[in-house]
Design a protein around this ligand. Sequence first.
Ligand SMILES: Cc1ncc(COP(=O)(O)O)c(C=O)c1O
Length: 402
Amino acid sequence: MDVYKIREDFPFLKRMVKGKPIIYFDNSASNQKPAVVIDALRDFYANHNANIHRGVHILSQEASELYEKAHDKAAKFIGAHGREEIIFTRNATESINLVSHTLDFKAGDEIIISEMEHHSNIVPWLMLKEKGIKLKYIPVSEKGELVISELEKMITKNTKLISVVHMSNFLGTVNPVEEIGKIAHKHNILFMVDGAQSAPHMPINVKKIGCDFFAFSGHKMCGPTGIGVLYGRKDLLKEMKPFLGGGDMISTVAYDSFKPNELPWKFEAGTPNVADGYAFGVAVDYLSKIGMQNVWKHECELGRYAYEKMAELGKITIYGPEPEKRGGVISFSIKGLEPHDIAGLLNERANIAVRSGFHCVEPLHRKYGLPKGSCRASFYVYNTKEEIDKFIDELKILVKTF
Ligand SMILES: Cc1ncc(COP(=O)(O)O)c(C=O)c1O
């Protein structure tokens, strides 16, 4: 993989602020788009724009085909059987909410998540508490790993679902989802994976993972905002009730009843996000061409490089496990400096974009005694070791000055 060649594909890298380029290390929040994706959006609206599934005219046919084919691409990208297992949503958050709202939970049912979840994989389940559903948390160790040995002890005959994050957006930890999937299925429990931070960075095969549901977002993998994906096992999706009602999700409607459409359209009510769906498919093509194995290798190399250099500086605390158990995400604190101040200084002094605060993982920050959160640098396919060197130079100055 030639990172310098890849960098030519990203227009944002040509942008200068105060005479200097931007070093973008906020990729876990959302990442930048290659020209092919930006061009696809323009091309769609210029040449193929129409509502889908409702017209016999050429534009509607073209728009329908482009949108549907994006589902096929997403299915191939994560090893699903086909488009009937791929529902387009707005984002990973909506994908998880679709499951929490449509599975048939009853009072007394139990759901197991973990202490390292993003709010998107906590709040939808907390919202079920008023239905009498109990939520349990797999503990996270001081080192930032799931204490899997606790999981089987937490399972009871009432446990209906286990839902865990694949790669933590705070700690960078890659969780053993295949092992968790085996435990879940041994006990006949449904298994969901929050893949918002894994699908953009590593090869994914949902059948190999053994999950029943897998959620991710297009905007974290070179695609536009406004498109997320829910993978669901076909037999389960067939049995589940529709999430939203309206046009396109039905095959027939009468005054007193309706019959849902076939999968996946049964779960995509109303006019969907056609242009972004199509452009998301282009992003999938773009990443597939680079090869997800290459993307992952590059990011792990960057992660290790940054981790080792940061560890040498002293006064910096890095959260989460050692490099071999994580991807290219590093959350840290500097003694004597608030996370927002670190991010502000990096931005002001060197156009380095990092995130500060809780990164939507507030409970775990509080458990670690971090009421102001942490700072996070997260890497993607276009980042380089030279950019990390610049980042380290700036951190050195901060460590020395404060
Ligand atoms: C691990 C994880 N899960 C879920 C989400 C939610 O993604 P979105 O905001 O695109 O719905 C994020 C976003 O940062 C995330 O990092």
